[in-house]
Design a protein around this ligand. Structure first.
Ligand SMILES: [Zn+2]
Ligand SMILES: [Zn+2]
Length: 409
């Protein structure tokens, strides 16, 4: 009958920081992707981390800054075309690396202090919980004694063994004592304990779950936020998309879709505004496509256009002329590249034949699987025991936002 508390191992502050850092390292450099693109994104990644730090989102900021350092210090130098990167791009990224190291150090100190505090609070919670349990345990023991004594009294009286509890009227006066016991049940005994351990299974109706016994809950024993150490999808900022954007892109893709059966792709660019991301532009680069694939041929022009307007890359959009809306294995690798640079980045897929549009993101599981896959350029299968991608729930379609499309083809 005694409740045995199983101590839950509590990760230390350092272990929490290490777990956060591990999330940062779900990035890899795809050698088939342009190294210039990675370099162009370095500023965006650094600025996103800095933005989150300035808004007090230290965990997310730390994850992003560690990702930045992992990418630009450890991984990029191994890219086969590392030496082809123009000097000025390399230098500007070097300057960012220095700033990132400072920011990373600053965040590390803050987070360790946060985690230490959090652990202290968790330990206090645990202690309070144990004390509350102990109090209930003592009360239950009193009740067990009472039940035992009544049972023995019953047995003495009519020769039965412990036939407790009985329905009302079945055994007259003795049952009164039981009801008395119910009525005087201490108000602060938890319902779960009543139902699962202290009470016989064929409960008297007075103690069905609907009985108005209101367990007093010690607020200090309520669980706080779940242990930290991992960036989850819940920390994503909303992405506002102009409601008219899909139609605009669909019109621009019409010829490829209707007459050539080839895919069309574009990039989503925008700004940060009041705590969310807002898509302001779809830029359609010069490209080549097939019925199931689309590739930028000149991302330089598009990037130039976006950078001079201070736009942030928020994801991409493409058509599936004859298929449904989903992310193919190749799409997933493309999306992974966007999502490591900005966790909020989305993939919009238009399937005109099925009159369907999907707004997708890779799941944490998908990010992990794709980061370890080296078959990005041809269609292949991924281990999908869990969903690899999902609907991007943080997307908000907004019909007050203007949609602007620039076609560079
Ligand atoms: Zn696709
Ligand atoms: Zn893959």
């Amino acid at each position: 009958m005694a409740t045995v508390a199983v101590p839950v191992p509590r990760p230390s502050a350092k272990e929490r920081l290490t777990a956060l850092r591990a999330t940062a390292e779900s990035a890899y450099i795809d050698p088939s992707q342009s190294i210039i693109r990675y370099y162009r994104s370095s500023k965006q990644l650094y600025e996103t981390a800095s933005y989150e730090a300035n808004h007090g989102n230290n965990e997310k900021a730390y994850m992003l800054i560690m990702r930045f350092l992992d990418l630009y210090v450890t991984r990029i130098p191994k890219h086969p075309k590392y030496h082809s990167v123009p000097e000025d791009l390399r230098n500007s990224t070097k300057a960012l690396i220095k700033k990132a190291l400072d920011l990373g150090q600053d965040l590390k100190i803050k987070l360790l202090a946060d985690f230490e505090n959090e652990i202290k609070l968790e330990e206090e919670d645990e202690l309070n919980r144990q004390r509350a349990l102990q109090r209930n345990e003592d009360k239950s023991s009193d009740l067990d004694d009472l039940v035992d004594r009544i049972g023995r009294l019953n047995a003495l009286h009519d020769g039965e063994s412990l036939g407790f509890p009985r329905s009302a009227g079945e055994d007259g006066g003795e049952n009164f004592a039981i009801h008395q016991a119910h009525e005087t049940w201490p108000a602060d005994i938890s319902g779960a304990r009543i139902g699962t351990e202290a009470w016989p299974s064929n409960e008297n109706e007075d103690f069905s779950p609907t009985h108005p016994v209101h367990p007093t809950v010690d607020r200090s024993t309520k669980p706080r936020a779940p242990p930290r150490g991992r960036i989850s999808s819940e920390t994503l900022r909303p992405v506002r998309v102009p409601a008219g954007l899909v139609k605009l892109f669909s019109d621009a893709a019409k010829e490829n879709t209707m007459f050539k059966n080839i895919e069309t792709c574009g990039n989503l660019w925008g700004v940060r505004e009041s705590g969310s991301y807002v898509v302001t532009h779809v830029l359609i680069p010069n490209q080549k496509g097939t019925d199931s694939y689309c590739e930028d041929l000149d991302e330089g022009t598009v990037a130039e256009y976006a950078i001079t307007r201070d736009l942030i890359q928020l994801g991409w959009i493409h058509t599936h002329p004859s298929q449904t809306a989903f992310l193919s294995s190749v799409d997933m690798h493309m999306q992974h590249g966007y999502q490591i640079m900005l966790p909020e980045a989305i993939a919009i897929v238009l399937a005109p034949t099925y009159d369907d549009v999907g707004f997708f993101r890779l799941t944490d599981y998908g990010m992990d699987i794709v980061s370890r896959c080296r078959e990005g350029t041809t269609f292949h299968t991924h281990d999908d025991i869990q969903p690899l991608f999902d609907l991007a729930e943080e997307v908000l379609l907004d019909d007050t936002l203007p949609a602007k499309i620039e076609d560079f083809r």
